[in-house]
Design a protein around this ligand. Structure first.
Ligand SMILES: [Zn+2]
Length: 127
C-alpha cells in the first residue's frame, strides 16, 4: 500500500475577515454584524444563500477539512495516533474528491445547457 501524499494545492486561502462576521456593508456604511455562512464571506442576507456562494462555501469547508487532516496526520506521524489521523485524512480526501467530481459534472451540465440555448430556434410566439 502506498502512502497518500498531501495535495500541492490543499492549503485553503485565508478568509479571516469573513469567517465569523459578514464582510458586507449595511446601507448606513457600517459593517454587517450577522455571522457569515460557514466557508463564505457573507451572511445569508448579503448573498450567502445564493447557490453559487453555497457551492463555493461547501468546497472551501471541504478544502479546509482536508488541509487540517493532512496537518494532523503530519503531527501524529510516529505516534500511536498516526493511523487514526491517516483514516481522517483519507475520509477528508474522499469527501473533497467526491465534491470536486460533482463540481465538474455541474460545469459540464451548465455548458450543455448553454449550448442548447444557443442552438434553440427562437419561438415565433415568444419572439
Ligand atoms: Zn451581512
Amino acid at each position: 500500500m502506498t502512502r497518500p501524499r498531501p495535495r500541492e494545492d490543499s492549503r485553503p486561502r485565508k478568509r479571516r475577515k469573513g469567517r465569523d462576521q459578514c464582510a458586507a456593508r449595511r446601507r448606513d456604511g457600517e459593517q454587517c454584524l450577522a455571522p457569515a455562512v460557514e466557508g463564505a464571506l457573507v451572511c445569508r442576507r448579503h448573498g450567502g444563500g445564493a447557490p453559487q456562494v453555497q457551492i463555493a462555501a461547501r468546497h472551501f469547508v471541504l478544502l479546509e477539512a482536508h488541509y487540517t487532516a493532512v496537518r494532523e496526520w503530519e503531527e501524529a506521524r510516529g505516534t500511536p495516533a498516526e493511523f487514526d489521523a491517516l483514516c481522517r485524512w483519507s475520509a477528508a480526501e474522499r469527501d473533497l474528491f467526491e465534491y470536486e467530481v460533482k463540481l465538474v459534472r455541474l460545469a459540464v451540465l451548465r455548458a450543455r445547457v448553454k449550448r442548447l440555448k444557443a442552438e434553440a430556434v427562437p419561438s415565433p410566439v415568444a419572439g
